[in-house]
Design a protein around this ligand. Sequence first.
Ligand SMILES: C[S@@+](CC[C@H](N)C(=O)[O-])C[C@H]1O[C@@H](n2cnc3c(N)ncnc32)[C@H](O)[C@@H]1O
Length: 262
Amino acid sequence: MASLYEKIAKNHNHESGPFHTILKSIKQKYRAGMSGDFRVLDLAAGHGEPSSMIAKEFPNAHVTCTDISEDMIALAEASTVYLPNVTVSLADMADLQFESNSFDLITCSYGFMFPEDKNKAISEAHRCLKDGGYLMATTWNKLPFMKFTADIMTEVLGETPPPPPLNPMSLSEPNLFENMLKDNGFQDVQSYTSTYPMIVSSDHELKFKTLTMLVKDKLDEVDGWDKARRAFDALSEKYITVDEDGTCLVDGNTFKLTVCRK
Ligand SMILES: C[S@@+](CC[C@H](N)C(=O)[O-])C[C@H]1O[C@@H](n2cnc3c(N)ncnc32)[C@H](O)[C@@H]1O
């Protein structure tokens, strides 16, 4: 799962993707630089982004790169080992082990959709931020990628599947995340949307595994792999565009960057 996610996550390096968008927002907010002992906490950093980008761009800042998964933490450690201003740490964003008022900036790319208690995760970020510190978080608005997976599962199950237990779309309803942030004490809440394509492997098997990554357990449970493969083959043309050079793309993935202040 972690290594498959790492392959998808390469797409997020797109100029219009979450990492560069967060970086641009940091540069806007901290034009005057980051003075003194500037501490950044990156939540749900997966394989180590945007931690690495921030640490490279702002060598004076200290970045604490965190995730709940030991597999992800191993990847994050490997990808940041050459950066002296990064510390990698296992952390549940809904139950942070850090002191209150201890970070100048908190970032989170595609993380707040996953904790069961999202309000607790938001209140933990608020607690750990210093007064006046910013939270910058990206969440998905549209994910044709997931619609493809849902269509495959409709074929397998014979009915529309429920959302997966880890649902990347759980904060896609307009204003839902913004209102949760306000309810937890954040101010000056502003959101910006951006769209970028996802390149999927041209290797058939890898493409299939990537598209069924989030429903792997359900397919095991219902013994649905053969049906899923047939549905994947039948639906591929609807969702996957093939460029002149043979690159396979799922287009129209739209996310939101939300920036707010404690
Ligand atoms: C979609 S990945 C995002 C990774 C990276 N930030 C990126 O944008 O590519 C979501 C990450 O959230 C992590 N995660 C899920 N629940 C979490 C929680 N309660 N606390 C911290 N991390 C969590 C997962 O382990 C996974 O690495």
